[in-house]
Design a protein around this ligand. Structure first.
Ligand SMILES: C[S@@+](CC[C@H](N)C(=O)[O-])C[C@H]1O[C@@H](n2cnc3c(N)ncnc32)[C@H](O)[C@@H]1O
Length: 302
């Protein structure tokens, strides 16, 4: 199943302001956004498309084979600065992150992203990578560490008891984990609680929030003046990171308000183009429920 994109026209209208530019799609997956980016570029424009998921990139490569101005790389977008020199690219004219998990991976029963299918409890975007899968992480983590992950990344209130129960049973499959979590969920909130527990482990196993922060911190150095940075988030933890970064980096001084004169010398790196994040229309949400939580923030490099 190909990933169904969210807010695609709104994103591309704001992202692409140079048809002959070099663009970066840090979360290419099966390539729907990448295809639409390429359609908007002219023959001098080009795209670097990256994803951690080797299976999604196989599909993207086949869908994108008619384009010659694209380079597809299996990598972490947080390594962006290392990917550019071998391609003789100094600065990008635009960069996109469309965060979260793709429907392609979610609906693949073998990947362990969904409690609806029995599978090894993996949850890694790159299952061929060196990082431990979720079931291995559960073995390595202490009960307190696991509780903190469930609380911080899944916003689960009964995390201490739940973590203890998970540690005691050492689940190795999605359904084993789902059975434990379900015991801690009020029946009316069963689906929500399961989704939150899986989300928490997925964020931890893939180091998702750190990768976003790393990419954002590097972005001023890799973007040309006037380049656009577009980030689509799907939950409040991600959105807060982007919001705080854009707010800080759109100010010349970030000294505490009580300082009489500026002591930081900080200079704004970006101009915010979306003072409020863009959200999907009711019509888009009706046809694609995943769009409900989407938030699009775009900024322009100064
Ligand atoms: C919502 S999907 C993107 C869908 C894509 N925009 C499309 O048009 O099909 C998110 C993708 O981000 C990838 N991903 C998540 N973290 C990543 C990272 N740090 N580096 C590279 N890819 C990552 C996931 O593997 C997943 O394929």
């Amino acid at each position: 199943m190909l990933h169904r994109p969210v807010l695609i026209n709104e994103t591309l209208d704001l992202l692409i302001n140079r048809r002959n530019g070099v663009y970066f799609d840090g979360t290419c997956s099966t390539g729907t956004f990448s295809i639409e980016i390429l359609k908007r570029l002219d023959e001098n424009g080009s795209l670097i498309a990256v994803d951690l998921d080797p299976y999604a990139l196989e599909v993207a490569s086949s869908r994108l084979k008619e384009y010659h101005n694209i380079t597809i790389i299996q990598s972490n977008y947080a390594q962006v600065e290392k990917l550019l020199p071998p391609l003789a690219v100094e600065k990008l004219d635009g960069a996109l992150l469309d965060l979260g998990v793709s429907s392609f991976a979610l609906e693949d029963a073998r990947r362990g992203f969904s409690h609806r299918f029995q599978a090894p409890l993996d949850l890694r975007f790159n299952p061929k990578g060196e990082h431990p899968a979720a079931f291995q992480a559960i073995e390595i983590l202490s009960g307190d560490e696991l509780a903190s992950i469930l609380r911080q990344y899944g916003e689960l209130t009964n995390s201490t008891k739940l973590a203890r129960a998970i540690k005691e049973s050492s689940p190795r499959t999605t359904t084993e984990l789902a059975d434990i979590v379900a015991k801690f969920a009020p029946p009316a909130h069963r689906e929500r609680t399961l989704a939150k527990a899986f989300q928490a482990l997925r964020i931890y196993v893939n180091d998702e929030l750190e990768n976003i922060k790393t990419f954002l911190e590097k972005s001023p150095k890799i973007l040309a003046p006037g380049a656009r940075l577009a980030i689509l988030t799907y939950h409040s933890l991600e959105d807060r990171i982007v919001k705080d970064f854009f707010r800080r980096e759109s100010q010349d001084c970030i000294c505490p308000p009580e300082f009489p004169v500026c002591a930081c010398g900080h200079k704004a790196a970006f101009k915010i183009l979306t003072p409020k994040p863009l959200k999907a229309s009711a019509q888009e949400i009706e046809s694609n429920p995943r769009a409900r939580s989407a938030r699009l923030r775009v900024a322009e490099k100064r």
